[in-house]
Ligand binder design. Sequence first.
Ligand code: THG
Length: 263
Amino acid sequence: MIIVGERLNSSRRSVLEALNCKDKKYVIDQAKKQENAGASYIDLNTAALLDKEMQTLKWAIPLLQKELRIPLSIDTPNPEAMEAGLKIHKGQALLNSLSGEVNRIKTFLPLIKEFNPRIIVLCLDDEGLPETSDKELSIARKMVNLLEKEGVEHKDIFIDPLVRPIGVDQRAGGLFLEALEKIKKNLPSVNTIAGVSNVSFGLPRRKSLNRAFLVLSLQRGLDAAILDPLDSDILAALRSAEALLGKDPFLRDYLTFIRSSKR
Ligand code: THG
């Protein structure tokens, strides 16, 4: 499982404040802790900074890359900010995110050709949020074909069947798992990814829901997850489920996790 550390998200007040006042120590500390906990990417979401997004990415990306061995997931819908971020990022970034929306395709495709990032594709288009797993699969198919024509390799594509809060719609969890399974079956050579914590918005004991949801998703073939790797409960669930599903050769990750959590 590829872990994308979610903590540097500007929707969190402490992060928004740190980014606004350019608190180097806080930003670096949050990123390094996630790297040490097993993240393969650090998601950097700047959406709440509005007109200061571009400036913030230009500040934060070199700052973080000086301290980290892992690349960043640049999480913004703003094409100018994305361009500035990709330009300054060293090595292959993760672009978070493309979707089936015509305007998003038009503005992001040239960036993909120029900078060759790995790409998250949200299963969403101009008709809005898909109501069925077949619709999500059809968006995924269309986007994989389109990216393939642009020369993007399947291993660089991450399909994100949207995770919606079950507090809003109780069918959301089931719909996601069904879409995930269909996408994995029909497009086995591309990766799947999900923002696990979305499922629990607004509910008590969010961590219990996130943990159970991650395990269910792993069973259906989720390849990558945007989550909080500092949440030791969710990490324990992840390492246990991987071990049980035969996805952890020699139980290396499981045993490493147990050893490091004892310290
Ligand atoms: N898909 C993709 N990208 C995404 C998402 C997705 N990026 C953003 C989001 N969804 C994933 N990241 C988060 C980050 C934080 C939270 C949820 C998802 C979250 N945080 C707590 C809160 O805001 O209440 C913070 C609690 C705390 O302060 O520690 O819920 O789906 N491609």
